[in-house]
Design a protein around this ligand. Structure first.
Ligand SMILES: O=C(O)CCC(=O)C(=O)O
Ligand SMILES: [Fe+2]
Length: 378
């Protein structure tokens, strides 16, 4: 691998955690992506988004240190059902049936959280089908019910929040909700309560948002003045039912990746879908995954530190292949293993393993990896 390829591949993975693979905006309008935490001040947000009433997306760096991101997601990007059950199993949660329309929303029931998780697991196993329909846990006041849990911290940008400030003052209610559900669960077309602005962080999986700028809803009303339940329904094309639909602009479409925060300005109507989690099941456990990373890392360190011995170069060995691809490729691979190993080490379930059974321990391996990278790049 040459220097230019090394530089751009490294930059790709630098960006991968934020912009280029992050939320993007499809035709219909541009939504700014805020990548860096350090260089984005409260005044920037206030001046460029809150006041002009423009949406924006914050990169996953803004939520990096949240407890929910560390503990609610497995290392392969799936909901950590075991952790969630352990913390919230006994809670009673509101659940909507996405397959049934009742007036302009979905009927809701209350279920024990553990029963909802059981349903969710079966729904996945049954290829996303169930006689109970597609159930969506929504509008759950988790922070109010479990104030001691380290779930998230409100980013400074959203700290001027008059609605919650008021509700907190009179200790009656709040508008801090958690949503979780399988692929295909969705929230029908609406604007937020009292036309408030809102923000929504995605912890796991991907979400698609269809956003209509404030005022556009006028063109989306039927001849009786009612807004549609599903803004994508074919019936909107029927002029006798929705007479002004052809004057509306197409929605701003956002795909929100795990870790990212979407800012929804005041009065912007929206419809939201939970998409498929893209990661596939690897079928290996934490310990085996650790050993896998270790083998990959140690082969590369060995080639970097010792070159190839005669035996290895004579044969068609993995080390010979690493050597052929060159030193920079080995460094590139090592940087990737550092990244994955770091996130694996931070995972709560991984930490529950008897770490002395891992040889070398993760800390030592990481240290060795970083030293090998530094030496190679000298
Ligand atoms: O995530 C969802 O399903 C709906 C979220 C929503 O409407 C909001 O945060 O305002
Ligand atoms: Fe909403």
């Amino acid at each position: 691998m040459d220097r230019a390829t090394f530089a751009c591949s490294t930059a790709f993975f630098h960006d991968y955690n934020s912009s280029s693979q992050g939320a993007f905006c499809l035709p219909g309008g541009h939504v700014d992506f805020i990548e860096k935490v350090e260089s984005f001040t409260y005044s920037d947000f206030f001046r460029d988004y809150l006041i002009p009433n423009h949406p924006c997306i914050f990169s996953a760096k803004f939520t990096e240190d949240w407890g929910s991101r560390r503990n609610w997601v497995t290392w392969d990007g799936k909901p950590n059902f075991d952790h969630l059950l352990q913390k919230f199993g006994e809670a009673v949660v509101p659940v909507a049936n996405c397959d049934v329309k009742e007036y302009n929303s979905n009927p809701k029931e209350e279920l024990p959280f553990k029963e909802y998780i059981k349903y969710w697991k079966e729904y996945i196993k049954n290829d996303y089908r169930s006689s109970r329909g597609c159930l969506y846990l929504k509008d759950w006041h988790l922070s109010r019910a479990f104030p001691e849990q380290d779930v998230y911290t409100t980013p400074v940008y959203f700290s001027s929040d008059w609605l919650n400030e008021y509700w907190d003052a009179i200790a009656v209610d709040d508008y801090r909700f958690v949503y979780m559900g399988p692929k295909g669960s969705w929230t029908p077309f609406h604007a937020d309560v009292f036309r408030s602005y809102s923000w929504s962080a995605n912890i796991c999986g991907r979400k698609k948002w269809l956003l209509y700028p404030a005022g556009q809803e006028e063109y989306l009303k039927d001849r009786h003045g009612n807004l549609p339940f599903d803004v994508t329904a074919p019936s909107l094309q029927d002029r006798s039912v929705y007479p002004r639909y052809n004057q509306s602009q197409p929605p701003v479409e956002i795909v929100q990746e795990a870790g990212e925060i979407v800012f929804i300005p005041s009065g912007w109507h929206h419809q939201v879908y939970n998409l498929l989690i893209m990661k596939s099941c690897t079928g290996i456990d934490y310990k085996e995954f650790y050993n896998f990373l270790k083998v990959i890392a140690e082969n590369r360190i060995s080639v970097l530190e010792n070159g190839l011995d005669d035996e290895a170069s004579a044969k068609n060995t993995p080390k010979a292949a690493i050597s052929t691809l060159g030193m920079l490729h080995a460094v590139f691979d090592l940087k990737r293993t550092v990244k994955v190993l770091t996130s694996l080490s931070a995972n709560e379930d991984f930490k529950k393993l008897d770490l002395t059974s891992l040889s070398p321990p993760p800390e030592a391996l990481l240290h060795h990896l970083k030293a090998a990278i530094d030496t190679a790049l000298l």
